[in-house]
Design a protein around this ligand. Structure first.
Ligand code: SAM
Length: 217
């Protein structure tokens, strides 16, 4: 990825140190956030906000997630170098590019066609090669399953069953689950064909997961 001006590299280094202080400790994840030029996922007028540890509006009532949240979810995925990963909620494409620093096999689904089209163009311009799909990610991407890891970047009322079925045995789903006000981050591991284990982590606040197995169901 280009656009590595001296100033932006410095801002990313400071952001990485802030994330480390806040408890992110996986060096590969921190290096990924230290590489992806987050300012290129913002409209030019708002680029000064890009290296603050904050979520920010991206249009269509949606947000680019806070860097801490991106790092936290990516750390929980525990990606191996060739894992096949599905992201639900492409949004700006920032998280997708962070995942691409860690594995080349990234699939990402966005529900909103306006965001999808803008982000498809952005990632093409940045030469970032993920498999992008426009559709209802609450149902997963059955034609490309199984996945080693699935990451949901919107808040879900429950753990969508279609996503569990699309995990490889040994694979993991990272998903925020709760009501509209707050969600707990969960990591669900497929232990066998029909056994799953679940760990519960910090509380976050995401925009809602729409679609049939999300809030639209
Ligand atoms: N990962 C994104 C990024 O790096 O910019 C931020 C994601 S934003 C917090 C949540 C996104 O999930 C929004 O773009 C929203 O349109 C999308 N979304 C909501 N429900 C969805 C669904 N059922 N399938 C796919 N995308 C969905």
């Amino acid at each position: 990825m280009d656009a590595n001006s001296y100033r932006h590299r410095g801002l990313r280094r400071a952001l990485v140190e802030e994330l480390r202080r806040k408890g992110i400790c996986d060096d590969r994840v921190l290096a990924a956030l230290g590489t992806v030029p987050r300012h290129l996922f913002f409209a030019p007028a708002f680029q000064t906000h890009a290296y603050q540890d904050k979520a920010f509006p991206i249009g269509e009532g949606q947000t680019i997630s806070q860097p801490y949240t991106v790092a936290y979810q990516t750390e929980l995925l525990r990606l191996a170098p060739h894992d096949k990963v599905l992201e639900i909620g492409t949004g700006s494409g920032y998280q997708c590019c962070v995942l691409l620093q860690l594995t080349p096999h990234v699939y990402s689904i966005e529900y909103n066609p306006v965001l999808f089209e803008g982000t498809r163009k952005r990632l093409t311009a940045l030469h970032q090669h993920a498999h992008l799909v426009c559709g209802d990610g609450s149902l997963g991407l059955p034609e490309q399953a199984p996945f080693d890891k699935i990451l949901v970047t919107a808040g879900s009322p429950t753990i969508p069953r279609p996503l569990l079925r699309q995990l490889r045995v040994g694979g993991a789903l990272v998903i925020p689950v709760g009501d509209a006000q707050a969600q707990r981050m969960m990591r669900v591991v497929r232990e066998s064909e029909d056994e799953f284990s679940r760990e519960i982590f910090e509380e976050f606040r995401f925009v809602p997961l729409l679609g049939r197995a999300g809030w639209g169901g």
